[in-house]
Design a binder for this molecule. Structure first.
Ligand code: HEM
Ligand code: HEM
Length: 465
């Protein structure tokens, strides 16, 4: 018998908070998608596209994404280290602080307080709050790992450590600024240095919020939920070290054809191409794991979430490096192609794996079965269809936009005015809204299933799951 218990309350608190912020963020996503083809949905000054867009990105990346990461990391870390968290009360405080920070972040962004750095919009008082929040989290996670009762470090722990350390470094470096009052500050970087640091941060926010934490979940929950052992531990370790090494050099692929020195752009492009290998190391590991018994795709409802999720990750990590190439960047940069890329990653990879992880955790900590497999399957198909409509429409309209912007008359003048290129987006933007609504309905099924499972479950006990 084990002589310890896990703190499931905090895990549950983070999962429910993540779902709450997810609902807010997704509804705002639909709202801003409508604003793009129907400007009357802008309600100045607070509910304009400019203000709501950042609430959408922050709400989903940091509310849904980080909320899930905090809760699920606590869950995984306790089990892989075979001990409770080092500081359970601190974890509870972390949960409250997290919700206060996200609420204040949303309000401050609606009020127009914004550093104008993408994914780092928050003004300096909130930045300090975020750093405190992260330090609390890091102390608990790293401390628990150091004091672990299991000598072996499973691959998920490596991905967890990388996420915790990298986000801390990235966030602090990019947010260094000089305050000019309580709600305004100026970055210590200027000009092209500012752009370079910003996209070093921006790309790695994608790397260490939308990639490494999700891989930590994938590696933990795929074998757990299928009962199939991971195909290769060695491959997972090689993929891990090469991924984290390469990621940090690629930020400048967001700045192709800018005044940034050419060699920095080329370096970023080369490392972006290199990233295909470690990314696909994880994809292949996932496929070969399930290849031991493909019938799980039919018999185990979670398997298809993991396999489709890792497939979208695989597609994303081929599309991303391709976008970094100069010849492709000159066509798709600044177009709707990029939100198409973003949402294949966020809706197809991140939310699929996060949802599957929650489907695994909630019945475990409530000592019950999932409320309805049929509802889970409906959820799966709706989010899949919604995401595909979103991404495919944006790729089509993105290529069209790029081509129209580049078209020139024999005398060198532009063939189309900007407005002429803009109106052609309207049908695709409307289709995107439909895709978003289908995805959102899928998420409603998911949340309903989770809440009904909680209701069905026995009262929460601190039992070992
Ligand atoms: C090998 C891995 C990847 C590479 C090399 C890569 C490359 C790129 C490039 C070059 C861009 C900029 C496109 C442009 O504006 O011209 C971009 C944008 C973006 N990518 Fe990826 N990508 C990768 C994987 C991912 C994954 C897994 C996600 C997960 C969701 C993701 C999310 C994003 C986001 C959010 C942006 C938009 C950033 C912004 O402009 O605000 N990427 N990516
Ligand atoms: C109902 C589903 C969703 C809808 C309708 C939606 C809609 C949108 C729209 C309209 C934009 C602005 C694009 C632009 O500026 O041209 C956007 C940007 C963004 N969304 Fe979503 N979204 C959804 C789900 C998500 C999810 C689940 C996530 C993350 C987990 C997410 C993360 C982002 C990010 C990171 C950006 C910035 C992209 C960039 O700068 O290129 N979205 N979304």
């Amino acid at each position: 018998m084990n002589d310890y218990s896990y703190d499931n309350q905090t895990v549950k608190g983070f999962i429910l908070s993540s779902l709450f912020w997810g609902v807010v963020g997704i509804l705002i996503g639909i709202w801003i998608s409508i604003q793009m083809w129907n400007p009357s949905w802008n309600i100045p000054p607070y509910f304009t596209f400019g203000r709501l867009r950042v609430v959408h990105t922050n709400g989903l990346a940091f509310g849904l994404g980080l909320g899930a990461i905090f809760g699920i990391f606590y869950y995984i870390t306790m089990r892989l280290t075979k001990r409770p968290l080092l500081f359970p009360r601190l974890a509870r405080f972390h949960l409250y602080l997290f919700n206060v920070a996200i609420a204040l972040a949303a309000l401050s962004l609606l009020a127009g307080m914004n550093q104008s750095l993408e994914y780092a919009e928050l003004e300096w008082p909130l930045d300090i709050g975020v750093v405190i929040l992260w330090v609390i989290f890091a102390i608990n996670i790293l401390g628990t790992i150091i004091k672990r009762r299991e000598e072996q470090m499973y691959i998920s722990l490596w991905f967890i450590i990388a996420s915790v350390v990298a986000v801390a470094v990235l966030y602090i470096v990019n947010n260094l600024s000089v305050p000019a009052g309580l709600f305004k500050s100026y970055s210590i970087y200027a000009g092209i240095n500012s752009a370079n640091v910003q996209w070093w941060y921006g790309h790695n926010a994608v790397g260490f919020v939308f990639t490494t934490p999700i891989l930590a979940m994938f590696y933990y929950f795929l074998p757990k939920s299928t009962g199939l052992p991971l195909y290769s531990h060695r491959l997972s370790i090689i993929a891990f070290w090469s991924l984290v090494f390469a990621y940090l050099w690629t930020g400048a692929h967001h700045l192709v054809y800018t005044p940034l020195p050419d060699w920095i752009q080329t370096l970023a492009i080369v490392f972006s191409m290199f990233l295909i290998a470690p990314s696909w190391g994880s994809v292949v590991n996932g496929y070969y794991t399930v290849a031991a018994d493909w019938s799980k795709m039919r018999t185990n409802y979670l398997t298809k979430f993991f396999i489709f999720g890792i497939t979208f990750y695989g597609l994303q990590t081929v599309q991303g490096p391709t976008q970094a190439l100069r010849v492709v960047s000159q066509l798709i940069h600044y177009t709707d192609w990029v939100p198409g890329h973003v949402h294949m990653g966020t809706m197809g990879w991140v939310t699929m794996i996060v949802a599957a992880s929650m489907y695994y955790i909630i019945p475990k900590i409530y000592n019950t079965e999932i409320y309805s497999v049929r509802v889970a399957n409906t959820h799966f198909y709706l989010v899949l269809i919604g995401q595909l409509i979103y991404s495919v429409t944006m790729w089509i309209t993105g290529i069209q936009q790029g081509a129209l912007w580049k078209a020139v008359n024999p005398d060198g003048t532009l063939k189309y005015t900007f407005v002429e290129t803009l109106v052609r987006n309207y049908p695709f933007w409307k289709l995107r809204t439909i895709g978003g609504i289908i995805f959102a309905i899928g998420m409603v099924f998911f949340i309903y299933n989770i809440l009904m499972t909680i209701r069905k479950g026995k009262s929460l006990s601190a039992s070992v799951a």
